[in-house]
Structures are given as structure tokens and as C-alpha cells.
Write a protein that binds this ligand. Structure first.
Ligand code: AMP
Length: 213
């Protein structure tokens, strides 16, 4: 299974990616997670990405495309992958198409998650992320057993700077202007499946799996 997840920030792509990556036994490749790991490790890539991410803007394609192309050459991606947060504009979608065509490994599906803006803001402003393992929780909808501590690994939970309300608004604009056009791009290739991102995690996962059958 070679799969892409598309949807606005806060639609739960990361959470569902974990479920789907287990279900299909494919690696979960999140460009946002790779950037955050690089920021944590204070690498050159991390230093470059940070200012774009903090402002809610896209990291330049020249950097992002090469990073994804390299990640797709890893052994674990040979029998499939799930891309979460990539592509995020038409240029990236074209670049990915070229990489996959060259490798003779076309996409199987693009799964779109739909969610209203008001719900997105509620979800993102309460979202907390583990500094160590990247797991997500939510102060109201999915609170950790101990406040500020990750249920998965005991790491410290933090509020992403780009989940501040003013940055969220900008990220939604960036999504509408730059990312939404890829939905019609994939619609024309008949790869697109659209599901509602409203409901419990397990309910949405079941919906996603059914759509991909
Ligand atoms: P995410 O974790 O997917 O919400 O991504 C967080 C941030 O990382 C985004 O707001 C961008 O700044 C950056 N980012 C993630 N994926 C991409 C991408 N495909 N292209 C450009 N920037 C990205």
C-alpha cells in the first residue's frame, strides 16, 4: 500500500497515520515529525525549517522534496509507505509523481480527511505533543493520565508554537491556498477517497480502512 493522507492541520492525520501504518504494516512518514526531530537535534535542516514552521509557513520545496525522496529510498519504504503531511502543494505532488514513476511504484490511494474550521481550532489549541516520542494528546478530548506527561513513554508534553491560535489561522490559510488544490489534482487521477474526520479515533480508523478497501 502506497498511501497519502491529506487534510487540514488538526484533522487527526497523525493519529490516524499511526493506526493505518499498523493496519497495513507500512512506515508512517510524517514530514512535520522529521522536521521536528531535526529541530530537536539542532541539525542544519532543523535550523532552516524552524522559522518557517514557527510562522506556520511551508518549508521550501527544494528542502522538503529532497528530504522525502531520500526517505523513500530507505528499505522499510520498499513495500509501501504512508505519507502524512506531504505533498502540501502542487509542485510537491508533481515532484512525488516523478519520483514514484521513476521507481515504478505508483500511488494506490490518497485519503482526504474533512473537518470544519471551528472544530480544527478547538482540536489544535488543546493539542499537546510528546517531546520524546511525538505522540499526541489533548487537554480536553484525550487528556493524559498525568498532566503534562506522555501516556506512551513518560516524556514531557508540550504545546507546539504553531498551534497558537494566530498561527493556526495562518496555517489554515496556507492549507486553503496551497494544499487544497492537490485534492482536485488527485481527484482527476481517481485515487482520492474522502472521509469525515469527526468522531472517535477507532471510528475514524474503521472508516478509513473501509474507504481504502
Ligand atoms: P505538520 O506536523 O504536518 O502539521 O507540519 C508542521 C509544519 O512543518 C508545517 O506547518 C510546515 O511548516 C512544515 N511542513 C510539514 N510538511 C511540509 C511539507 N510537505 N512542505 C512544507 N512544509 C512542511
Amino acid at each position: 500500500m502506497r498511501l497519502i493522507l491529506v487534510g487540514p492541520p488538526g484533522a487527526g492525520k497523525g493519529t490516524q497515520a499511526v493506526q493505518l501504518s499498523h493496519h497495513f504494516s507500512i512506515p508512517h512518514i510524517s514530514t512535520g515529525d522529521i522536521f521536528r526531530l531535526n529541530i530537536k537535534g539542532e541539525t542544519k535542516l532543523g535550523l532552516l525549517a524552524k522559522s518557517f514552521m514557527d510562522a506556520g509557513n511551508l518549508v521550501p520545496d527544494s528542502v522538503t522534496n529532497d528530504m522525502v525522496a531520500d526517505r523513500l529510498t530507505h528499505d522499510d519504504a520498499k513495500s509501501g509507505f504512508l505519507l502524512d503531511g506531504y505533498p502540501r502543494n502542487i509542485e510537491q505532488a508533481d515532484f512525488l509523481k516523478g519520483v514514484l514513476e521513476k521507481a515504478g511504484t505508483p500511488l494506490d490511494a490518497v485519503l482526504e480527511f474533512k473537518l470544519e474550521s471551528a472544530e480544527i481550532i478547538k482540536r489544535l489549541s488543546g493539542r499537546r505533543v510528546c517531546r520524546d516520542c511525538g505522540a499526541n494528546s489533548h487537554t480536553i478530548f484525550n487528556p493524559p493520565k498525568v498532566s503534562g506527561v506522555c501516556d506512551e513513554c513518560g516524556g514531557e508534553l508540550y504545546h507546539r508554537k504553531d498551534d497558537d491560535e494566530d498561527v493556526i489561522t495562518h496555517r489554515l490559510e496556507v492549507y486553503a491556498e496551497q494544499t487544497e488544490p492537490i485534492i482536485s489534482y488527485y481527484q482527476s487521477t481517481e485515487l482520492l477517497k474522502t472521509i469525515s474526520a469527526v468522531g472517535e479515533v477507532s471510528e475514524i480508523a474503521a472508516r478509513a480502512i473501509a474507504a481504502l478497501k
